[in-house]
Write a protein that binds this ligand. Structure first.
Ligand SMILES: Nc1ncnc2c1ncn2[C@@H]1O[C@H](COP(=O)(O)OP(=O)(O)OP(=O)(O)O)[C@@H](O)[C@H]1O
Length: 483
């Protein structure tokens, strides 16, 4: 094994034609960086994400959850075409955050996106204040979450909070962690550290044992996310096109989250949730063979078209039925946004991107971890209060704003400032100039309630008078197929 590695290494040549185009500096007196490209400044909070004009907000992962080794191997994925993955990695190291983002190759012109998981490390000592390993101080990382006036965002020690208490800080532990047989958790519900081989073995127990490669043909890449690539492929035995999501288990920021996508998509089958046909381990890659959604994401729609209220209601009914189903089973999606809704050309919409779900149970009726994409994240999640399925309903409300205005509130702010505004401001609403019905305004205010216990549930929202405007999915097909 070590021989093979050595051989492999020797095949990698030194860089050629190297150009040193960026001359960044740091002034310890002012605490300011100089010479940083604009994209890096976004991450450091100097300019809003929207000003870049390409890419979606990107997935931010709290570095306190990542080992230095994992940090080094993180693959930076970009939606916009202006990003250089190499320079980005350096920027994220500078800012103390690792960044990656799912991104469809179908749409290269979206604004930046950003997603965060605040999670306990499984391999690394975490200080009570969530600082990374002693070699990287929080001040050196320039990590804005350490700002004292900000919410208590730093992590707690996983081991210090027993899972059996009413609220759990067990963070983004995978859905399967609620099951006693889950291989990533010990008897107390705390995470255990597994070697790569042990992890691979645990995952192999969850997936189908077969090799899918002989049955798949004509691969073509349709998307790329923080966890891997998504290809469309022709499945010979069924004679249909499928989507194949390939995730290298060695290159995951939170490898245990891989259990989520398999377990949730497999166990929670619903007409409005992207269907998982099978899952496989192919070498070090987890392959998910899924239903192929040929119509792109709702983000494509909201950024390129003006939706009518009946069209919005048609999306709402489908998404809400998936949410009502997940919530009835105690599953919180935790990353609901237009990017997570995929469409077919016939107008059917389905919820996807289930890798960040959290499971509630009698023992763990609330979660506490900071998971989500800032602009869409519920006030209680940002405020580090215990939260439940109602957090998704806030994000659903933000998605309503996206459908009307094309983007979420505070999208012109950098992500941390946006989170502060969500936490400290009045609940967001449609802009005064938005031409929306009273029913839609009423629905939004029932969702964007600060007090999560007063927020409409998915089941209640389905009965909201606004939903009477919904039509058949075909109402959406002009948006997917063009006018
Ligand atoms: N079933 C599918 N059919 C068609 N395209 C898909 C499908 N699933 C995902 N995609 C495309 O691939 C992209 C990346 O997929 P996905 O968001 O699941 O990856 P990810 O690694 O989980 O991303 P993220 O960074 O959001 O975690 C999506 O934005 C979408 O464009």
């Amino acid at each position: 094994m070590s021989m093979r590695r050595r051989l492999k290494k020797s095949e990698i040549g030194t860089p050629t034609d190297f150009q040193h185009r960026i001359h960044a500096g740091f002034d310890p007196a002012t605490g300011q960086y100089s010479g940083l490209p604009k994209q890096w400044q976004v991450i450091l909070g100097r300019v809003p994400a929207r000003s870049l004009g390409s890419g979606r907000p990107r997935a931010l992962v709290d570095p306190s959850a990542i080992t230095p080794m994992e940090m080094a191997s993180i693959k930076t994925v970009v939606r916009g075409d202006r990003y250089n993955p190499e320079t980005n990695n350096q920027a994220f190291a500078l800012s103390g955050m690792s960044v990656a983002r799912s991104n469809s190759l179908r749409q290269q012109q979206q604004p930046l996106s950003l997603r965060m998981t605040d999670s306990p490390s499984f391999n690394q000592p975490v200080s009570p204040y969530g600082a990374m390993s002693p070699s990287v101080s929080s001040s050196a990382r320039g990590y804005p979450f350490t700002e004292p006036t900000y919410a208590p965002l730093p992590l707690r020690k996983e081991a210090s909070t027993p899972v059996s208490t009413a609220t759990s800080s067990s963070s983004t532990t995978p859905l399967g962690s609620q099951h006693s047989h889950h291989p990533m958790m010990n008897g107390n519900g705390n995470a255990t550290s597994l070697s790569h081989d042990q992890f691979r073995e645990a995952l192999s127990a969850l997936v189908n044992g077969t090799d899918p490669r002989g049955d798949l043909d004509a691969f073509s890449q349709v998307g790329e996310g923080s966890t891997g690539v998504v290809m469309s492929a022709y499945q010979i035995s069924t004679r249909r096109r499928v989507a194949v999501k390939k995730m290298n288990i060695k290159k995951q920021q939170r490898r245990e989250l891989l259990f989520n996508e398999v377990a949730i998509m497999r166990d929670f089958s619903h007409p409005s949730i992207v269907r998982l046909f099978s899952s496989h381990l192919v070498g070090d890659e987890l392959w998910l063979v899924m239903e192929y959604m040929e119509g792109g994401s709702l983000t494509d729609v909201v950024t390129h078209a003006r939706m009518t209220e009946p069209q919005m209601a048609t999306v709402c009914v489908q998404v809400l039925s998936a949410l009502a189903f997940l919530h009835a089973h105690g599953v919180i999606h935790r990353d609901l946004k237009s990017d997570s809704i995929l469409l077919n050309k016939d107008g059917t919409c389905k919820v996807s991107d289930l890798g960040f779900c959290g499971q509630l149970s009698k023992e763990v009726p609330k979660r506490r971890s900071l998971v989500g994409t800032p602009y869409w994240t519920a006030i209680e999640v940002i405020s580090r209060l215990p939260y439940d399925t109602s957090a998704d309903m806030w994000s659903f409300g933000i998605m309503l704003i996206e459908m009307v205005e094309g983007e979420p509130p505070y999208f012109n702010e950098q992500p941390l400032e946006a989170m502060k505004r969500i936490r400290d401001g009045a609940p967001p609403s449609f802009s005064p100039s938005a031409n929306v019905s009273l029913q839609l305004r009423a629905l939004l205010s029932s969702l964007l309630q600060h007090d999560s216990s007063r927020r409409a549930t998915a089941a209640a929202a389905l009965r909201d008078p606004f939903m009477e405007k919904a039509g058949p999915p075909s109402l959406l097909s002009p948006l997917v197929n063009g006018p």
